[in-house]
Write a protein that binds this ligand. Sequence first.
Ligand code: NDP
Length: 240
Amino acid sequence: MTNTILVTGASRGIGRACALRLAADGFDIVVHYKSRECEAREVCAEIEALGRCARRLAFDVGEREQARQRLEADIAEHGAYYGVVLNAGLHHDAPFPGMRDEQWDSVLNVDLGGFYNVLRPLVMPMIQRRRGGRIVALSSAAGQVGNRGQVNYAAAKGGVIAALKSLALELAKRRITVNGVAPGWIDTDMTAGSDVEIKKVVPMQRMGSAEEVAGVVSFLCSPDSAYVTRQVIAVNGGLY
Ligand code: NDP
Protein backbone atom coordinates (compact mmCIF):
# COMPACT_ATOMS: atom_id res chain seq x y z
CA MET A 1 0.00 0.00 0.00
CA THR A 2 1.36 3.42 -0.96
CA ASN A 3 1.68 5.96 1.83
CA THR A 4 -0.19 9.24 1.49
CA ILE A 5 1.13 12.67 2.47
CA LEU A 6 -0.98 15.81 2.81
CA VAL A 7 0.84 18.94 1.63
CA THR A 8 -0.93 22.16 2.63
CA GLY A 9 -0.62 25.12 0.29
CA ALA A 10 0.44 22.84 -2.56
CA SER A 11 -1.01 24.95 -5.36
CA ARG A 12 2.19 26.95 -5.83
CA GLY A 13 5.62 27.83 -4.51
CA ILE A 14 7.33 25.63 -1.93
CA GLY A 15 4.22 23.52 -1.32
CA ARG A 16 3.90 22.68 -5.00
CA ALA A 17 7.58 21.72 -5.16
CA CYS A 18 7.16 19.52 -2.07
CA ALA A 19 4.11 17.78 -3.53
CA LEU A 20 5.92 17.01 -6.80
CA ARG A 21 9.12 15.88 -5.08
CA LEU A 22 7.27 13.62 -2.62
CA ALA A 23 5.28 12.12 -5.50
CA ALA A 24 8.54 11.45 -7.36
CA ASP A 25 9.76 9.78 -4.16
CA GLY A 26 6.81 7.36 -4.29
CA PHE A 27 4.12 8.93 -2.10
CA ASP A 28 0.50 9.56 -3.01
CA ILE A 29 -0.37 13.19 -2.36
CA VAL A 30 -3.32 15.18 -1.04
CA VAL A 31 -2.93 18.55 -2.73
CA HIS A 32 -4.35 21.16 -0.38
CA TYR A 33 -4.98 24.76 -1.41
CA LYS A 34 -7.16 27.68 -0.43
CA SER A 35 -8.47 29.37 -3.54
CA ARG A 36 -6.30 28.56 -6.59
CA GLU A 37 -8.20 25.54 -7.83
CA CYS A 38 -6.82 25.72 -11.37
CA GLU A 39 -3.21 25.57 -10.14
CA ALA A 40 -4.08 22.74 -7.72
CA ARG A 41 -5.61 20.76 -10.59
CA GLU A 42 -2.40 21.21 -12.59
CA VAL A 43 -0.31 19.95 -9.66
CA CYS A 44 -2.56 16.87 -9.41
CA ALA A 45 -2.12 16.20 -13.13
CA GLU A 46 1.67 16.45 -12.79
CA ILE A 47 1.61 14.00 -9.88
CA GLU A 48 -0.52 11.55 -11.84
CA ALA A 49 1.94 11.84 -14.74
CA LEU A 50 4.56 10.61 -12.28
CA GLY A 51 2.44 7.50 -11.71
CA ARG A 52 1.14 8.44 -8.27
CA CYS A 53 -2.36 9.20 -7.01
CA ALA A 54 -3.38 12.77 -6.17
CA ARG A 55 -6.55 14.38 -4.90
CA ARG A 56 -7.45 17.97 -4.10
CA LEU A 57 -8.62 19.32 -0.76
CA ALA A 58 -9.60 22.99 -0.27
CA PHE A 59 -10.02 24.90 2.97
CA ASP A 60 -8.67 27.91 4.82
CA VAL A 61 -6.17 26.62 7.41
CA GLY A 62 -7.17 29.56 9.62
CA GLU A 63 -10.80 28.37 9.73
CA ARG A 64 -10.79 25.70 12.42
CA GLU A 65 -14.24 24.19 11.90
CA GLN A 66 -13.89 24.13 8.11
CA ALA A 67 -10.47 22.46 8.40
CA ARG A 68 -11.77 19.87 10.84
CA GLN A 69 -14.76 18.97 8.67
CA ARG A 70 -12.78 18.68 5.42
CA LEU A 71 -9.97 16.66 6.99
CA GLU A 72 -12.26 14.29 8.89
CA ALA A 73 -14.31 13.67 5.76
CA ASP A 74 -11.19 12.97 3.70
CA ILE A 75 -9.81 10.54 6.28
CA ALA A 76 -13.18 8.81 6.65
CA GLU A 77 -13.20 8.18 2.90
CA HIS A 78 -9.52 7.42 2.24
CA GLY A 79 -7.93 6.49 5.59
CA ALA A 80 -5.33 8.18 7.79
CA TYR A 81 -2.32 9.88 6.26
CA TYR A 82 1.26 8.72 6.67
CA GLY A 83 2.58 12.26 6.66
CA VAL A 84 1.70 15.94 6.71
CA VAL A 85 3.70 18.88 5.35
CA LEU A 86 2.39 22.05 7.00
CA ASN A 87 3.37 24.53 4.34
CA ALA A 88 0.39 26.88 3.82
CA GLY A 89 1.22 30.32 5.10
CA LEU A 90 1.14 34.03 4.49
CA HIS A 91 2.84 37.17 5.64
CA HIS A 92 1.47 40.64 6.21
CA ASP A 93 4.45 42.86 7.00
CA ALA A 94 4.54 46.25 8.69
CA PRO A 95 6.83 48.08 11.09
CA PHE A 96 5.48 47.23 14.54
CA PRO A 97 4.35 50.72 15.56
CA GLY A 98 2.18 50.84 12.45
CA MET A 99 0.94 47.27 12.52
CA ARG A 100 -2.81 46.90 12.36
CA ASP A 101 -4.77 44.44 14.50
CA GLU A 102 -5.83 42.58 11.37
CA GLN A 103 -2.19 42.09 10.30
CA TRP A 104 -1.29 40.58 13.66
CA ASP A 105 -4.43 38.44 13.94
CA SER A 106 -4.47 37.06 10.39
CA VAL A 107 -0.81 35.99 10.41
CA LEU A 108 -1.03 34.39 13.86
CA ASN A 109 -4.29 32.72 12.93
CA VAL A 110 -3.07 31.20 9.66
CA ASP A 111 0.63 30.56 10.32
CA LEU A 112 0.40 29.37 13.94
CA GLY A 113 -3.30 28.58 14.26
CA GLY A 114 -2.99 26.44 11.12
CA PHE A 115 -0.59 24.15 12.99
CA TYR A 116 -3.37 23.28 15.45
CA ASN A 117 -6.26 23.44 13.00
CA VAL A 118 -4.67 21.01 10.55
CA LEU A 119 -2.86 18.65 12.89
CA ARG A 120 -5.44 18.26 15.64
CA PRO A 121 -7.90 16.25 13.48
CA LEU A 122 -5.06 14.23 11.90
CA VAL A 123 -2.79 13.10 14.70
CA MET A 124 -5.01 10.57 16.46
CA PRO A 125 -5.82 8.74 13.20
CA MET A 126 -2.07 8.70 12.41
CA ILE A 127 -1.37 7.17 15.82
CA GLN A 128 -4.15 4.61 15.41
CA ARG A 129 -2.76 3.61 12.03
CA ARG A 130 0.25 2.24 13.95
CA ARG A 131 2.74 2.57 11.10
CA GLY A 132 4.72 5.59 12.26
CA GLY A 133 4.64 8.77 10.25
CA ARG A 134 6.15 12.10 9.35
CA ILE A 135 5.15 15.67 10.19
CA VAL A 136 7.16 18.53 8.68
CA ALA A 137 6.25 22.16 9.43
CA LEU A 138 7.53 25.13 7.43
CA SER A 139 8.91 27.72 9.80
CA SER A 140 11.14 30.55 8.61
CA ALA A 141 14.43 32.30 9.21
CA ALA A 142 12.26 35.00 10.80
CA GLY A 143 11.00 32.44 13.30
CA GLN A 144 14.57 31.54 14.28
CA VAL A 145 16.31 34.91 14.42
CA GLY A 146 13.58 37.52 13.85
CA ASN A 147 13.22 40.04 11.04
CA ARG A 148 12.33 43.71 11.04
CA GLY A 149 8.83 44.42 9.76
CA GLN A 150 7.79 40.86 10.58
CA VAL A 151 7.07 40.85 14.32
CA ASN A 152 3.77 39.06 13.63
CA TYR A 153 5.24 36.54 11.16
CA ALA A 154 8.29 35.87 13.37
CA ALA A 155 6.03 35.28 16.37
CA ALA A 156 3.92 32.81 14.41
CA LYS A 157 6.87 30.98 12.85
CA GLY A 158 8.75 30.90 16.16
CA GLY A 159 5.59 29.52 17.73
CA VAL A 160 5.57 26.78 15.12
CA ILE A 161 9.08 25.74 16.22
CA ALA A 162 8.05 25.60 19.89
CA ALA A 163 4.91 23.66 18.98
CA LEU A 164 6.67 21.10 16.77
CA LYS A 165 9.38 20.46 19.36
CA SER A 166 6.71 19.73 21.96
CA LEU A 167 4.63 17.56 19.65
CA ALA A 168 7.78 15.64 18.68
CA LEU A 169 8.17 14.62 22.32
CA GLU A 170 4.59 13.40 22.50
CA LEU A 171 4.75 11.38 19.28
CA ALA A 172 8.30 9.99 19.39
CA LYS A 173 7.35 6.65 20.88
CA ARG A 174 4.71 6.25 18.15
CA ARG A 175 7.45 6.47 15.50
CA ILE A 176 5.90 9.68 14.18
CA THR A 177 8.69 12.20 13.67
CA VAL A 178 7.98 15.94 13.88
CA ASN A 179 10.50 18.34 12.35
CA GLY A 180 10.71 21.82 10.91
CA VAL A 181 12.31 23.45 7.90
CA ALA A 182 13.27 27.12 8.15
CA PRO A 183 13.79 28.67 4.72
CA GLY A 184 15.60 31.95 4.20
CA TRP A 185 14.99 33.88 0.97
CA ILE A 186 13.23 31.55 -1.47
CA ASP A 187 12.11 32.59 -4.94
CA THR A 188 8.28 32.32 -4.85
CA ASP A 189 5.22 34.58 -5.04
CA MET A 190 5.77 35.37 -1.36
CA THR A 191 9.07 37.11 -2.00
CA ALA A 192 8.24 38.59 -5.41
CA GLY A 193 8.69 42.34 -5.37
CA SER A 194 10.91 42.34 -2.27
CA ASP A 195 13.53 45.08 -2.35
CA VAL A 196 16.09 43.15 -0.26
CA GLU A 197 19.58 43.17 -1.77
CA ILE A 198 20.08 39.43 -1.87
CA LYS A 199 23.74 39.64 -2.95
CA LYS A 200 24.57 41.68 0.14
CA VAL A 201 22.39 39.80 2.61
CA VAL A 202 22.82 36.15 1.65
CA PRO A 203 26.35 34.66 1.76
CA MET A 204 25.51 32.45 -1.23
CA GLN A 205 24.48 35.63 -3.08
CA ARG A 206 21.28 34.21 -4.51
CA MET A 207 17.78 33.22 -3.52
CA GLY A 208 17.01 29.58 -2.90
CA SER A 209 14.59 27.67 -5.07
CA ALA A 210 11.41 25.96 -3.94
CA GLU A 211 12.95 22.68 -5.11
CA GLU A 212 15.91 23.16 -2.76
CA VAL A 213 13.49 23.42 0.17
CA ALA A 214 11.50 20.45 -1.12
CA GLY A 215 14.66 18.32 -1.12
CA VAL A 216 15.05 18.81 2.63
CA VAL A 217 11.34 18.22 3.25
CA SER A 218 11.66 15.04 1.20
CA PHE A 219 14.55 13.83 3.37
CA LEU A 220 12.47 14.47 6.50
CA CYS A 221 9.64 12.37 5.04
CA SER A 222 11.94 9.54 3.93
CA PRO A 223 12.97 6.34 5.73
CA ASP A 224 16.50 7.82 5.99
CA SER A 225 15.27 10.30 8.62
CA ALA A 226 13.64 7.70 10.90
CA TYR A 227 15.83 8.76 13.86
CA VAL A 228 15.56 12.51 13.22
CA THR A 229 12.87 14.23 15.27
CA ARG A 230 12.37 17.55 17.15
CA GLN A 231 14.80 19.28 14.76
CA VAL A 232 14.64 22.37 12.57
CA ILE A 233 16.78 22.44 9.43
CA ALA A 234 17.58 25.88 8.01
CA VAL A 235 17.68 26.20 4.21
CA ASN A 236 19.00 29.72 3.85
CA GLY A 237 22.26 29.96 1.88
CA GLY A 238 24.24 30.75 5.04
CA LEU A 239 22.05 33.65 6.17
CA TYR A 240 22.95 33.08 9.87
P1 NDP B 1 3.28 31.24 -1.57
O1 NDP B 1 2.70 32.55 -1.18
O2 NDP B 1 3.98 31.11 -2.88
O3 NDP B 1 2.14 30.09 -1.48
C1 NDP B 1 1.35 30.03 -0.34
C2 NDP B 1 0.51 28.77 -0.36
O4 NDP B 1 -0.23 28.71 0.87
C3 NDP B 1 -0.51 28.73 -1.47
O5 NDP B 1 -0.67 27.40 -1.88
C4 NDP B 1 -1.79 29.23 -0.80
O6 NDP B 1 -2.98 28.71 -1.39
C5 NDP B 1 -1.61 28.69 0.59
N1 NDP B 1 -2.31 29.49 1.59
C6 NDP B 1 -2.07 30.78 1.94
N2 NDP B 1 -2.93 31.16 2.90
C7 NDP B 1 -3.74 30.11 3.17
C8 NDP B 1 -4.81 29.88 4.04
N3 NDP B 1 -5.28 30.84 4.87
N4 NDP B 1 -5.41 28.67 4.04
C9 NDP B 1 -4.97 27.70 3.23
N5 NDP B 1 -3.95 27.85 2.36
C10 NDP B 1 -3.33 29.04 2.33
O7 NDP B 1 4.26 30.85 -0.35
P2 NDP B 1 5.70 30.14 -0.36
O8 NDP B 1 5.66 28.93 -1.21
O9 NDP B 1 6.74 31.15 -0.57
O10 NDP B 1 5.80 29.71 1.20
C11 NDP B 1 5.41 28.43 1.66
C12 NDP B 1 5.71 28.35 3.15
O11 NDP B 1 7.11 28.59 3.38
C13 NDP B 1 4.96 29.36 4.00
O12 NDP B 1 4.59 28.79 5.22
C14 NDP B 1 5.98 30.45 4.21
O13 NDP B 1 5.72 31.20 5.36
C15 NDP B 1 7.25 29.64 4.31
N6 NDP B 1 8.45 30.41 3.99
C16 NDP B 1 8.65 30.95 2.75
C17 NDP B 1 9.78 31.70 2.48
C18 NDP B 1 10.08 32.30 1.16
O14 NDP B 1 11.12 33.00 1.04
N7 NDP B 1 9.27 32.10 0.14
C19 NDP B 1 10.79 31.94 3.54
C20 NDP B 1 10.48 31.32 4.80
C21 NDP B 1 9.36 30.59 5.00
P3 NDP B 1 -3.69 29.42 -2.69
O15 NDP B 1 -2.70 29.33 -3.82
O16 NDP B 1 -4.91 28.62 -2.95
O17 NDP B 1 -3.94 30.85 -2.29
